[in-house]
Design a binder for this molecule. Structure first.
Ligand code: CTP
Length: 396
């Protein structure tokens, strides 16, 4: 299955390092060529010989101890890797990579690689929840690094909570999905909108909303990896667009409307995850509005409903909308599915922990035209994106 694929497995120093033996053994059985890089701390938990025997390749630990490897292997391992998996990943390696520190073989290889890097963190709960660790994870995710969230349970230190290395099965599935992306969207044109819109009040002020664009960008990334030709129409965000995707940057709802209308006809699938402002100031001022005593009133007028208009215009396109609600989720979402003539609606309760604006995870319900409902439990936005695409491909 993984024949011809090169996987570099980075093992860092945590009790869960022993589980890396199982991971490596399973990947090897799937036919991958595996090179293990251990940190010095990892060797306190597992002997390098174990990985050497499992992979039938030398294990790299130190950059300088074995110049033969580092001269040849350090860059070549980084370059030939299809996937670079770090399992278990300590707070230390996450912190180093997030801050550009390359001071050992593993961090240097990660830094020199253009392969997809996946971290499977494992550490004490408090350490995992530490804001610095979480900020580092957030930063890396925004830069395109993947994370497999740790499980909750009893940890080696006796604490109970988040931080346990996730199931080996899940790690293998993630590596498989990256190394062998399904190509079930080959030859499909897919348009996704993402992020907020901004509506001008005057040259220095605007109104917008909390949309981060993460869900739409994750959909663009997932679809692109599955072979689709992706057009991403995005309001202003702080995200890096996925590689290989055509990006059209927009600002206001009217601006996004024009971009969507200019591109919808050639699409097979349209997914509208953008948070489009329903209203815009009626008369934006050309000059800065000066403050005055008393209150300020701004008159707002309705923006066009882009999705609703696509619902009336669509021919063969599969049309997918989003409903972000705080209450009566299923009722409101179903109402929008019908009113806007959609094929599928992705509904989420933005008040739920782990869902909604800015979060790296989401919890969603998918509702199709037949009224079938599927709940997708809390998962990364990329995993949710893949599940939405799976569902789209099953629509009748
Ligand atoms: N949408 C759009 N154009 C708009 C408003 C919304 O295309 N002017 C799309 C969004 O991209 C999303 C879906 O419609 O896919 C959300 O619709 P809706 O719930 O109507 O947006 P809300 O502003 O949340 O509406 P409401 O106040 O009715 O809940």
């Amino acid at each position: 299955m993984l024949k011809g694929k090169n996987i570099v497995v980075g093992v860092t120093g945590g009790v869960a390092a022993y589980k890396a033996c199982d991971i490596v053994s399973r990947l090897k059985k799937l036919g991958a060529e595996i090179n293990v890089i251990m940190t010095h701390s990892a060797t306190e938990f597992v002997q390098p010989q174990t990985f050497q025997a499992l992979t039938q390749n030398p294990v790299t630990i130190d950059m300088f101890e074995t110049p033969r490897y580092w001269e040849i292997e350090h860059i070549s391992l980084a370059q030939k890797a299809d996937v670079l998996l770090v399992a278990p990943a300590t707070a230390n390696i996450i912190g180093k990579v997030a801050n550009g520190i390359a001071d050992d073989m593993l961090s240097t290889t990660i830094m020199a690689s253009t392969a997809k890097v996946v971290f499977a963190p494992a550490m004490n709960t408090k350490m995992y929840q530490n804001v610095i660790v979480q900020e580092n994870i957030k930063k890396l995710k925004a830069l395109g690094y993947s994370f497999i969230n740790p499980d909750s349970g009893r940890l080696a230190c006796g604490d109970i909570g988040e931080g346990k290395l996730c199931e080996v099965e899940k790690i293998i599935d993630t590596v498989l999905a990256i190394a062998l992306p399904k190509q079930d969207l080959q030859d499909k044109n897919l348009l996704v909108t993402a992020g907020p819109t901004v509506e001008t009040i005057d040259p220095v002020r605007f109104i917008t909303n909390h949309s981060s664009g993460k869900m739409g960008y994750a959909i663009a990334e997932a679809a692109q990896s599955r072979g689709a030709k992706v057009t991403l129409i995005s309001g202003p965000t702080n995200l890096h667009p996925p590689k290989g995707v055509d990006v059209i940057s927009t600002t206001s709802a009217l601006n996004m409307y024009d971009a969507v209308m200019g591109h919808y006809q050639q699409q097979d699938i349209i997914i509208k995850s953008a948070a489009v402002a329903d209203y815009r100031p009626e008369n934006p001022s050309d000059i800065k509005v000066k403050k005055q005593d008393g209150t300020l009133s701004i008159n707002f007028v309705r923006n066009p409903d882009i999705l609703m208009e696509l619902g009336t215009k669509k021919t063969n396109q599969i049309l997918v909308g989003f409903a972000a609600e705080t209450n009566n989720l299923m009722e409101y979402a179903t109402g929008k599915l019908v009113k806007k003539n959609l094929d599928l609606i992705v509904a989420n309760d933005v008040t739920e922990n782990g869902a909604g604006f800015g979060a790296d995870t989401n919890i969603v319900h998918l509702i199709d035209r037949q009224g079938n409902q599927t709940k997708i439990e809390k998962a990364s936005k990329l995993e949710i994106a893949h599940k939405i695409l799976d569902k789209i491909l099953q629509l009748k």
